[in-house]
Each structure stands twice: as C-alpha cells, then as structure tokens.
Design a protein around this ligand. Structure first.
Ligand code: EPZ
Length: 421
C-alpha cells in the first residue's frame, strides 16, 4: 500500500503555484464532447480525476493530445458513442457530466452511476429534473442512468432547482447549449467553476449569460467550434495551502490565484489571527501568532466552501478556545476525518450538523486514513503540524484532486514522502 509519511513540525516557507481548478476541469473536459473541432485547453491540473476523464473520452473515439503536463488538445468530432466505459465512469464523481454532454450532442446517453468521494449521500435528482425539463426521459437504476431525448434532440426548458447544486447547474448548462430555444436555470449555483465552464463554452460559440448569478440563461446554438481556453486556478487547492501555513506556521506566497475567489477563506484566516496579504494574482499567508477560535458555516459560493471544512478544522484543532463548524451542504462530512483528528490528539465533538473543536497546544503523529479527497488533505496538514511521524493511508483519494502535492509541499520545506508498505 502506498501512503504518505510525514515528519511534522517543519515551518512552511517559500512560494507555491496553484494548479488549474479540478472542479472546472472535470466539467470542461466532458463539455468538450459538444464541440466539433479542436479544443486546446491550458492550465489543466495533472490529477487522476482528469486523467480518467480524458481516458473515457479517448475510448469514445476522441483524439486527445497532451501538449504538456497541463495543456491538452481534445477533438471530439469523431465520437459517436453514447455508452462510456462503466468501469472508468464509476471511478469518479464528475462522470455524471457525461450524461448532459451526450444528451446534448446525441440526444441519448447510457452512463454508469458515478463514483467518487462518498462522504455523504449524493443524489442526482436535480440533474434529472433538469434533463426532464429539456425534454428527456430519464431512467435510473442501481447501475446506470439511461436518458433519451423525446423526438431525438433536447429542447430548451425552464428549471427551478430545489437545492443549490453545483453539479446540476453544470449538467443542465452542458445539456442545454445545443438545445433550440432559451433555457433558464433558476436558483443556480454560483461557484467560480460554473462561470469558468460557461466562459469555456462561450469561447467555443455558446450563448450563456448570467453564470455567477442565480439565474442562468442559455440560448441554444446549432454547433460549437474549437478554440483555446485556459482554466482558472483552483480555489480549494489555494485554500488548502493557505490553511496549511496557518496551521503549521511559516510564511508562503500562494501564486496563481484569483484573490476574489478566496475572499471568505482569507477573511476567516485573518479572523483567526493569520496575516493574509492579497496581491493581483497571489496571496501571502503568514502565521504571526497562535490562532484564535472561530465559527464557520459552510455555504454555497460565495460562502465558506464545504470543501475547506476539514482544512479549517485543522487550524481550529490548534487554535485558542473552542471553535465551531456548522456544515450545511453535506451533514455527514465530519465523519470523514473526525476519528482521525482525535487519533492525532484533537478534541472534536460532532453533534448533527455542528462540530465543536477545542484547540490543543499540539497534535501528535499517528497512522490515519483518508476517507475522501478533502478530508485527506486535512490529514496531511494535521500531519505537517503535528509532533512526530504521521502516516496517511488511502492516498489515492488525495491524488484525485491535488497536483504534485508532495513536490509542492517539499519545496516549502515540509518533510513528506510517498512510501510503500
Ligand atoms: C460539487 O459536488 C463538487 N464536486 C464537490 O467537490 C463539492 O463538495 C460540492 O460541489 C459542493 O460545493 C464537483 O464539482 C465535481 P452539489 P456536487 O450538487 O456537484 C444536494 C471535491 O472534493 N443535491 O452542489 O456533487 C447534495 O446532496 C468535491 O472537490 C441534491 O439533493 O455537489 C448536497 O447537499 C467533493 N440533489 C447539495 O445538494 C442533486 O441532484 C449540494 O451538492 C444534487 C445535489
């Protein structure tokens, strides 16, 4: 078994460059299925979720050329296949975007139930509601989602989402881009990667407006052409390094970020006593004192992201006083790391949607398991901050979403390496 071995207690110093946004890339790559032409995409994170999606497209007949580790050319002109490889599809969550893309292009799709991080029940009823509003019949069983447009092609429709869902918003945008008429999504999610997906599709000739607000309008176009696009920096990767500096100690310039996307994370770290300085496309984080307690409630963007819950949680384990996190997106998410934190000496009590974390002077090393991507990242930070040696197991979760984590942390002075049993 491959795991991370971490020797804690080393300050983080230097510069780290943030990669392209995972959750934008995993939407943009399936969306390329709508384009008949070459999409040259830059700032693609080199992570396993992306590699799997590219493999899925290739097996469906797309031409995929890696121009460098972060630039890829995708040409889906020749794809005529509506059943992506179920074994690959089951390995990632974002494979549900293949349903929207295939429905949009071919009017039908048969896609295995998506896999990915299982920190909570993750229904797709809002995706289905959207496809149905566009005129599709959708059948779900334990293995597959089978969707078929009535009359062989989708039509524009109006969808009011019952919950603010990133995935459903993205999937409906993708499905609607080629559907004649005007589609309207109300109560849409506003995350930066939704705006990025819309910008990608508009660059290729789509007519999407309102992305980044809660009402998105899509005027169906006849076809999309190829083009060039560069993916935005990853908000959560940047937040993870920022939280790491606040928890572990040190002074790091986090480069290639959009500071606006980081607002609520920067504000929370400042409130906890870290020094956070914003520049045009970078943020410096410095730990200048022991952190103070804080209260966090996770919310859809622009609120505090659920994907930063565990990382801010590590900061709280070492802060003065008792901090509280209220999780409003995925109630069971605390269980992905609560036991592991405790094994490292943290004091954490979970009561329904709320966790109370009472700061201790120091954490100690332990052998812990990543149960999902972000919980895994939190454990890495905890290991870096702890006294002694930590082993983090199940690292395939972490490598789904963090490009070159070991290389980036090592360059900051962390003692972390990948080891085999
Ligand atoms: C996206 O998941 C992200 N994944 C997640 O990041 C992130 O945690 C989540 O958004 C919330 O920000 C990708 O972008 C690939 P949702 P998604 O639909 O789209 C409920 C990571 O670590 N819901 O916004 O699946 C749902 O249960 C991953 O990078 C329904 O009820 O999340 C949740 O309570 C993990 N029905 C809430 O909505 C639906 O049909 C928000 O989920 C869809 C969602």
């Amino acid at each position: 078994m491959t795991k991370y071995q971490i020797e804690g207690g080393h300050r983080l110093e230097g510069t780290v460059t943030i990669s392209g946004a995972k959750n934008a890339a995993v939407a943009i790559i399936p969306a390329a299925l709508l384009v008949k032409g070459v999409c040259k995409i830059e700032n693609v994170p080199d992570i396993s979720d992306v590699q799997i999606l590219l493999q899925i497209l290739e097996q469906m007949g797309a031409s995929v050329r890696h121009l460098s580790s972060n630039t890829v050319e995708i040409d889906c002109s020749q794809v005529d296949y509506v059943e992506p490889n179920p074994d690959l599809v089951r390995r990632i969550r974002a494979s549900y975007y293949l349903i929207g893309a295939l429905l949009g292009r071919f009017g039908r799709a048969k896609v295995a139930m998506p896999g990915g991080c299982n920190f909570a029940p993750r229904p797709i009823d809002q995706h289905v509601k959207g496809f149905e509003a566009l005129g599709a019949d959708v059948e779900e069983n334990s293995e597959y989602v089978i969707a078929q447009a009535q009359g062989d092609a989708l039509q524009a429709g109006r969808v009011n989402l019952d919950v603010v869902s990133v995935g459903a918003t993205i999937n409906i945008i993708i499905a609607a881009v080629l559907a004649p008429g005007q589609t309207i999504i109300e109560n849409a999610a506003k995350e930066p990667h939704i705006v990025d997906l819309a910008n990608f599709l508009n660059t290729m000739g789509a007519r999407i407006s309102g992305a980044g607000t809660d009402v998105i309008k899509i005027k169906g176009v006849k076809s999309l052409r190829g083009g060039f696009y560069s993916i935005i920096p990853d908000q959560i990767e940047a937040g993870t390094y920022m939280a790491a500096v606040a928890a572990v100690g040190g002074n790091v310039l986090v480069k290639n970020v959009i500071p606006k996307h980081m607002d609520c994370i920067s504000a929370k770290l400042r409130e906890m006593g870290a020094k956070v300085t914003e520049y045009d496309d970078s943020i410096r984080v410095e730990k200048v004192r022991r952190l103070r307690r804080a209260t966090v409630k996770t919310l859809p963007y622009p609120g505090f992201p659920t994907d930063m819950q565990g990382q801010i949680g590590v900061c709280m384990t070492l802060a003065e006083g008792t901090s509280r996190i209220t999780e409003s997106i995925y109630e069971t998410r605390f269980f992905a790391y609560c036991q592991e934190f405790r094994a490292m000496g943290a004091i954490m009590e979970v009561n329904g949607k709320t966790a109370a974390i009472t700061g201790v002077e120091s954490l100690h090393g332990a052998t812990v398991q990543a149960h999902d991507l972000r919980a895994g990242a939190a454990l890495v930070i905890a290991g870096l901050a702890a006294q002694g040696e930590t082993f983090v197991e199940n690292i395939h979760y972490i490598e789904r979403g963090y490009e070159n984590l070991i290389g980036k942390l090592t360059a900051l002075g962390a003692q972390i390496r990948r080891v085999e049993d």
